[in-house]
Design a protein around this ligand. Structure first.
Ligand SMILES: Nc1ncnc2c1ncn2[C@@H]1O[C@H](COP(=O)(O)OP(=O)(O)OP(=O)(O)O)[C@@H](O)[C@H]1O
Ligand SMILES: [Mg+2]
Length: 365
């Protein structure tokens, strides 16, 4: 969009609007470039003309960042410094190719001094409105966290109490296996063990999620190695289905990531894809390639497609459809992990044709 069309400029009378447009400096940022860091001196307001940025804050527990809000074209950020000149309270990073207009506070204040009182009031009210929205978003996030902490406590108790009966079931099934060496009994016993293990895994997954997945143990990860290893680990599982899994990946793509967590992302997507194929012959394809400054992982299946009813809320917790025993946490976990890595995930899905997830992670080399 043109600078003159930006809503912030349009709050001013034409004369002042023209003055601001003149002093604005147009800058371009490519993802994942940082525009400013938490704690930096505040000196300017930024108007977003194209693209999108993410505002994040250092989490209280560690050295990772929690996304507070995002700002798209026609939005603005860094406005609070006009009023209090305090250091930046968050970090802003370009999320897409972004063009901003940078306007130094001193020039805005000079212009405001010559602006009618009612215009100044309007601008102040707009600034405080923004503060209110961001606060509401933040409070909602906190309430959600508290809810999850409660669920975590509950699940922790459940896992604790269920562990001994589960061990009992596992032991009994291996005893039965020894007593009945015939093929059919062996298969039934294996099924019992597998399902008990699955229940435990699910409970632990809920626990990890409710405790927050944001703590990352990051190191440089070679995507080609990671994906080949992932395929190897799942070969037995894949062989027990009618599905064909192919992995094709460009060599030399390195990201900074928590390998275990990335594996959990892939594992959840794989489980969903296999479930969507519903025992029919199908194809699951994982590709990885360089895309600008990102690594793009494309995860596709030719299964039933994601039901339209849940497409909008897919990444929210407890959204599940058409599955016995689905908790609806898989994709919520996936999204939390991808976000914690400063990445992005979205999907395309056509009923009856299949689903493709696109995952982007900042590239190191
Ligand atoms: N690849 C896919 N193809 C078709 N539908 C999908 C696919 N991935 C997810 N879905 C749909 O989205 C829903 C939510 O998936 P999600 O992984 O979040 O939860 P779940 O699989 O139901 O339960 P959980 O993963 O917690 O065991 C699924 O129930 C399914 O209906
Ligand atoms: Mg799932």
């Amino acid at each position: 969009m043109k600078l003159e069309e930006h809503k912030f400029i349009r709050y001013f009378e034409p004369e002042q609007a023209a003055q601001i447009s003149q002093i604005a400096i147009i800058k371009k940022f490519s993802p994942p470039e940082m525009i400013f860091e938490e704690g930096d001196d505040s000196d300017a307001l930024f108007l977003v003309l194209e693209g999108e940025v993410k505002v994040s804050k250092k989490s209280s527990e560690g050295n990772n960042y929690v996304v507070i809000t995002s700002v798209e074209s026609n939005g603005y950020f860094g406005e609070l410094g006009i009023i209090d000149k305090q250091p930046r309270s968050g970090r802003v990073v370009a999320f897409k190719e972004t063009t901003v207009a940078k306007i130094y506070y001193d020039s805005i204040i000079d212009i405001l001094a010559n602006t009618k009182g009612d215009v100044v009031l309007k601008i102040l009210s707009i600034l405080s409105q923004r503060l209110r929205t961001v606060t509401t978003e933040y409070v909602n996030q906190l309430a959600y966290k508290e809810k999850m902490a409660l669920i975590g406590e509950m699940v922790n108790t459940i896992i604790h109490d269920f562990r001994s009966p589960f061990t009992g079931i596992q032991l009994s099934s291996s005893m039965l296996k020894e007593l009945h060496p015939d093929q059919e009994s062996q298969e039934w016993c294996d099924l019992i063990s597998m399902q008990v293990q699955r229940m435990l895994n699910m409970a632990e997954e809920v626990l990890a999620f409710s405790q927050g997945n944001t703590k990352l143990f990051s190191q440089q990860v070679d995507i080609a190695k990671l994906l080949q290893n992932f395929k190897k680990l799942n070969q037995v599982y894949i062989d027990s289905t009618f599905v064909e899994l192919t992995v094709s990946v460009e060599e030399g793509l390195i990201i900074n990531a928590d390998e275990n967590k990335i594996n959990r992302v892939l594992q959840n997507l794989l489980a969903n894809a296999v479930e969507a194929l519903n025992q029919y012959e199908g194809k699951i394809e994982i590709k990885a390639q360089r895309k600008d400054k990102w690594v793009e992982i494309i995860f596709s299946d030719n299964g039933a497609g994601i039901p339209e009813e849940i497409q909008k809320n897919l990444f929210e917790a407890f959204v599940s459809y058409g599955k016995q025993g689905g908790i609806g946490l898989g994709t919520a976990i996936v999204k939390t992990i991808v976000d914690a890595h400063g990445g992005d995930i979205f999907f395309e899905s056509t009923p009856g044709k299949g689903t493709t997830f696109y995952l982007h992670f900042p590239l190191v080399v």
